[in-house]
Design a protein around this ligand. Structure first.
Ligand code: RB5
Length: 145
């Protein structure tokens, strides 16, 4: 199960991703927003990330205008490693090396076709562990400082 969410600027992209997940029979929880009325990306990040920290979902995809604001907010939440990506390599290796659990996308940066490709590679890539585990543990340690 994954969680998806967006602010108003990311709404149209989140809807494209939602349709893409439907077409591939992938289960998700959509925490909104559900229209393009003005909303606040930190609130949407918090709503989505609690599905991950609470154990309901393993991974998430969040959209805002740039993908950056919503990633900044998500990364304030303990246990969340969010990456704003707009290229295939980053979307893959943030799973493989950083064990990212949230992919953040910018609707004003990339189109829906690339966004869905990034979602696919993010969801299908696994954390490699090994030498990367220590570094991810060091990220977690920073949360407790
Ligand atoms: C909303 O206008 C916009 O600022 C927001 O979606 C996001 O791009 C912030 O990083």
């Amino acid at each position: 199960m994954i969680v998806i969410g967006s602010d108003h600027a990311g709404f149209s992209l989140k809807e494209e991703i939602r349709k893409h997940l439907d077409n591939h029979n992938l289960a998700y929880i959509d925490v909104g927003v559900f229209d393009a009325c003005a909303s606040d990306y930190p609130a949407q990040a918090a709503l989505a990330c609690e599905k991950i920290t609470g154990g309901e979902c393993k991974l998430g995809v969040l959209c805002c205008g740039t993908g950056i604001g919503i990633s900044m907010a998500a990364n304030k939440i303990k246990g969340i490693r969010a990456a704003a990506c707009s290229d295939y390599f980053s979307a893959k290796y943030t799973r493989v090396h950083n064990d990212a659990n949230v992919l953040c996308l910018g609707s004003r940066v990339i189109g829906p076709g690339l966004a869905c490709e990034l979602v696919d590679v993010f969801l299908s890539s696994d954390f490699e562990g090994g030498r990367h585990q220590k570094r991810v543990d060091m990220i977690s340690a920073l949360e407790n400082q």
